[in-house]
Design a protein around this ligand. Sequence first.
Ligand SMILES: [Zn+2]
Length: 109
Amino acid sequence: MSLDKPSKPEDEFFAAEEVEAKRKLAFQQGERLAAQQREALKQQHWMKCPKCGLDLHALDEGQVHLDTCFNCHGVWMDAAELKKRKSEAAHQNRRTPLIDSIINLFKRD
Ligand SMILES: [Zn+2]
């Protein structure tokens, strides 16, 4: 079907549907490209130190999994690891104000 100006209402309907289908396809292509770019970034940066770029090494401290950089001495963990740490402390009746404040950073309203 051509995108020339349609002459009948029926042609206008099909032209509008074709334009909508092309918009939808372009949107889907954009979404796929964004997903591919996110995956490429993940592959490039996975287990690399965000401060110095060298390899991170996984270390376990109790139940908590820490990603550690032996170059710049950075230690990284995600919210799930923080919650495990908080849970361990709670079993020992210890307060964890620093961990609580970090977990609160990621809470949504
Ligand atoms: Zn580092």
